[in-house]
Design a protein around this ligand. Sequence first.
Ligand code: 0X9
Ligand code: CA
Ligand code: ZN
Length: 375
Amino acid sequence: TQYPSLITPKQSIGKSQEGRDIWAVKISDNPGIDEQEPEVYFDGLIHAREPQSMMTLLYFMMNLLEQYGKDPELTYLVDNREIWFVPVHNPDGYVYNEVHYGWGGMWRKNRRNNPGSCYGVDLNRNYDINFGGVGSSSDECDDTYHGQYAFSEPEAAGYADFVGDHEFVTNISFHSVASLILLPWGYTYSHTPDDALFREIGNIMSETNGYPVGQAGEVLYLASGTTTDWLYAAHDVFSYTVEIGGSGFWPSESELPGLVAENLWPQQIITRIAGDYLALEDAALTGGDGDGEPDAGETLDLTVTIENQALAGAVANTQVTLATGDPYVQLHDASSSLGSIPARSSASNAGDPFSFTVDASTPDAHQLTLTLVIT
Ligand code: 0X9
Ligand code: CA
Ligand code: ZN
């Protein structure tokens, strides 16, 4: 309601077993239009007792909306991506916890009325990737019951249809509470062809939360029929399962801000890498008295290193331009061309650095203000 120009109304991707809608929203500029922008997908609460997975998504959504027009990096992402959210994949299980146990409910599965005496299918075993294999149970009473066949559950089938209707490049499926960043494959110890890249980006995601990075079989346990493996196998989505940390499935309210904060960066990274994203990697001052800091009266060179953080695709015709409104700075050479930067690579203007003079009358401790524009 507050940001109609940045987020769609909620739309149903299908119904749950008990007939509840499973809601999706998209955050982007011109949200009502399907633009030619890389699509990103985040989902949570496939397991009914993992509410932190939902809250982490809601806070990233708020972060994007509130910072639009203020934070240039988040603004770029909203303008140049279509960022989809399914915060509650398993509404029936969540409501079941709420109605029967309130805070602390330990129900995990959906609410399928199985032929025997036990309810529920583990939706994160119901996907069509090594269905019924290791780390899933054929006993309907088990917490990891895989269901009668792949996509037997309307929640998983709706999710699969939704994914089929889009061209998602990247995904995080959020869970809790193991503090892990999990990459495919989850059902085998074998590595995917993209293993090195999965680990490289997993390690960047981990910078703010410190969660160990690896395949489920390396750091947790093997699991078959999961969303992440299916997204990667069936749709080539660069997908992770992030297990948020905390003291338990129902963290105290005071833990929430910290758990949210440490997982904003992974979501930002996953949104960045889905398409062109040029970032300042390094900046260095040379010249003057050589101490790397600007002093009054000095003429200095500024070298910047720009990284193309995209998963794939070179960015052509990259330009960097320096601007300033600082009355004590006089720019001499304020632009250079970096040409084409391949994916996951960097380029610098070392061959043609920026050059500027700091006025001799600059007061002590005055902070220079320079703006770098990357085009
Ligand atoms: O067992 C699960 O479904 C996940 N753990 S949880 O405690 N949240 O239930 C781990 C799934 C791992 N799957 C992949 N890495 N694909
Ligand atoms: Ca858009
Ligand atoms: Zn889970």
